[in-house]
Design a protein around this ligand. Structure first.
Ligand SMILES: Nc1nc2c(ncn2[C@@H]2O[C@H](COP(=O)(O)OP(=O)(O)OP(=O)(O)O)[C@@H](O)[C@H]2O)c(=O)[nH]1
Ligand SMILES: [Mg+2]
Length: 362
């Protein structure tokens, strides 16, 4: 009890009798004044927010969390209510008193196995994203379809539309990766240093898109191209301003209006590179949603079929044997099933476990 009490505001300690002395009457009017903001960066307990309807030139608002939010975390992409000094003047500090219901939550876990502490350590990457841009380099570092598959599972699980963004197309061709996803209607874009980004811009317009990918695949490079004044636009993007350096935290940037287009140009969220995209928070059933090319193949499975390699009569083997899906996709799905149940470390071992398939790593 003692530890719980510490999270309450002093107003919440119920030593004073009577409902009339509750904080409600005192705080409600203030909260009614709260202005809407959008969290674009989080840094050591300070939240950088953009006020709803603000122009790109307007200053950002720095805020802290009001204690009454309790344990609720505030993440990039959150739409929040702000009170206090929302002027954006130097040194001004506002307070976040409300977090709007999230339309989507992109999560990842440090590990796949729910039974470990790491597996239970769940991180919300970003809130309210409409689109997950899975960034994979075609070379340096080489593409890893196991990782892309994990991102697809996370996207479908969170109800976020996936978009495959293949960078460094100047270094290698996309045929192998695209061949692997031939059965999926997965939208994709190719990016090389000299390519025009019009197709990508059109797909980003009006949406909140979050970039995920291994370190060094070119996420920040892409963001800098999409938002040329990223470093200047908001004071917080020091990680981006440093150019080719590893990003250390997620940051949302307002996209410039597309030429000739009207309406909301959208936001793009750069995130730090991840080694793995742990999926402990995704149920075994939901894992299958990341493999729409396999879903239909399970209709002939016996009831409660676990779809694992040793499952008797799993219909997926016949589905793949009949050429209805790529056997590598089934292998990838089964690797995820296995790593969720704690069999093996999903990170870093892919090359040993899939010697014949250099793409398969996660
Ligand atoms: N050849 C080539 N190099 C690229 C391309 N895009 C990015 N790079 C290079 O790849 C390196 C890594 O790029 P970053 O944009 O920092 O990668 P990142 O994904 O943001 O990495 P983290 O922040 O660590 O997650 C840089 O040296 C870029 O110049 C590309 O299309 N072609
Ligand atoms: Mg980066």
């Amino acid at each position: 009890m003692a530890t719980r009490r510490r999270e309450y505001d002093e107003d919440d300690v119920r030593v004073r009798p009577g409902k009339s002395s509750r904080p409600r009457t005192r705080t409600r009017p203030r909260h009614a004044d709260a202005v809407d903001g959008f969290v674009i960066a989080v840094d050591r307990g300070r939240y950088t927010c953009v006020l709803a309807g603000a122009d790109p030139e307007d200053p950002t608002v720095t805020a802290m969390r009001a204690r009454e939010l309790g344990r609720k975390s505030v993440v990039v992409g959150d739409r929040v209510g702000l009170v206090g000094d929302t002027s954006g003047a130097a040194g001004a500090l506002a307070r976040i008193v409300r977090i709007a219901e999230r339309s989507s939550v992109l999560r990842r876990t440090a590990d796949d196995d729910e039974t470990t502490a790491e597996g239970r350590l769940e991180r919300v990457v970003v809130a309210n994203a409409d689109q997950l841009v899975i960034v994979s380099a075609l070379a340096d570092p080489p593409p890893r379809t196991g990782f892309i598959d994990r991102c697809l599972v996370a996207a479908y699980d969170a109800g976020i539309a996936p978009l495959l963004c293949l960078t460094k197309a100047d270094l290698a061709g996309p045929e192998q990766v695209l061949g692997y996803y031939a059965e999926l209607e997965l939208p994709y874009v190719l990016v090389r240093p000299d390519s025009d980004l019009d197709a990508l811009r059109a797909l980003l317009a009006g949406r909140v898109s979050v970039l995920v990918g291994h370190s060094g695949v070119g996420k920040s490079t892409l963001v800098n191209r999409l938002v040329p004044d990223a470093a200047r636009a908001v004071g917080v993007v020091s990680a981006i301003g440093r150019g080719r350096h590893t990003s250390t935290s997620a940051v949302a940037l307002r996209l410039p209006p597309a030429p000739g287009a009207c309406g909301d140009p959208g936001w793009i969220v750069d995130t730090p590179g991840v080694r793995s995209f742990g999926l402990a928070h995704v149920s075994a059933e939901s894992l299958l949603h990341g493999f729409p090319d396999l879903v239909e193949g399970t209709v002939d499975c016996p009831p409660n079929c676990p779809h694992t390699a040793d499952a008797p009569d799993c219909a997926l083997d016949a589905w793949v044997a009949a050429g209805r899906a790529d056997p590598r996709r089934l292998a990838s799905y089964r690797r995820l099933l296995a790593s969720r149940s704690g069999e093996g470390d999903p990170r870093g071992e892919a090359d040993q476990r899939n010697p014949g398939d250099p793409l398969a790593g996660s």
